[in-house]
Design a protein around this ligand. Structure first.
Ligand SMILES: [Zn+2]
Length: 256
């Protein structure tokens, strides 16, 4: 029989029943188990965990829980003063990249608008999403806890909000990404990178037919997706999109 005390910090508490939040929890169980399995048995996906301390010393996911252990569990991306502790992963990704679960289409479009590399496809199943996340080191965003329990997934976040605007704010806030916003640099349709196109260039000539004559009459500045060829210009919706970007920068819901 094992008897341990465990405490979860910050947003990891969202996974626990009300009575277990933000306090020491006493748990008894029989049979040896790894700390990864133990934590997941309490409802917290391992991908959300960045640091585990047992009696104040950091351990990895394979650590076998011992009778009398006192365990503290901290979330991914939580800003902690690092001193003599080892994190479970090699620090934040140099360049934040995402892959999104199928039900997060609106969030995907908004993250692309803000310039984040966001992989999204409508017909993917769970194994495929997990595989993309592992292979390309993309943070897997989903509302499905089960998906993040897959072993090959090491980077992921459960999205708590259901409203797409709130979801954007949640992602920016939890991953500290507000300063990394680069609006209008990615194609909202396909995630390709966007480049300015000179009106005198051959590229422009080849794209001309896809631009409405009413726009050609006044617009002198065009951009093209280097991947799917979609043409962008600062049309009627541009001001609205700028207002949306500014709201997200401030951590506010857009004003419409
Ligand atoms: Zn595109």
């Amino acid at each position: 029989m094992y008897r341990v005390t465990i405490r979860f910090y910050e947003e990891l508490n969202d996974f626990l029943p009300q009575q277990d939040r933000k306090r020491d929890i006493e748990v008894s169980f029989s049979g040896a188990r790894s700390i990864k399995d133990f934590i997941e048995s309490l409802g917290v996906p391992h991908v959300e965990v960045d640091l585990i301390l047992v009696h104040g010393a950091s351990v990895d996911f394979n650590y076998l829980v011992r009778d009398g252990d006192r365990i503290s569990v901290y979330p991914v991306f939580e800003l902690l003063p690092i001193g003599g502790i080892t994190r479970l992963r090699p620090g934040p990704l140099r360049r934040t990249r995402f892959v999104l679960d199928v039900h997060l289409r609106k969030l995907a479009r908004r993250l692309r608008l803000l310039g984040f590399d966001t992989d999204y496809g409508e017909n993917r199943d769970d194994p495929e999403l997990a595989e993309i996340s592992a292979r390309e080191n993309r943070i897997l965003l989903t509302r499905d806890r089960g998906l993040l329990k897959r072993k090959i997934v090491t980077r992921g976040l459960i999205i708590r909000n259901t409203d797409p605007e709130e979801q954007v704010i949640e992602v920016l806030q939890r991953l500290h990404l507000r300063d990394s916003i680069k609006p209008f640099t990615r194609c909202i349709a396909c995630n390709g990178e966007i480049a300015a196109v000179d009106m005198g260039s051959e590229t422009f000539t080849s794209l001309r037919d896809s631009i409405p004559p009413g726009v050609l009459a006044w617009c002198r500045e065009y951009y093209v997706c280097t991947s799917c060829g979609k043409v962008y210009w600062k049309g009627r919706h541009y001001d609205r999109m700028c207002a949306m970007v500014e709201a997200f920068r401030k951590g506010e819901t857009p004003p419409f």
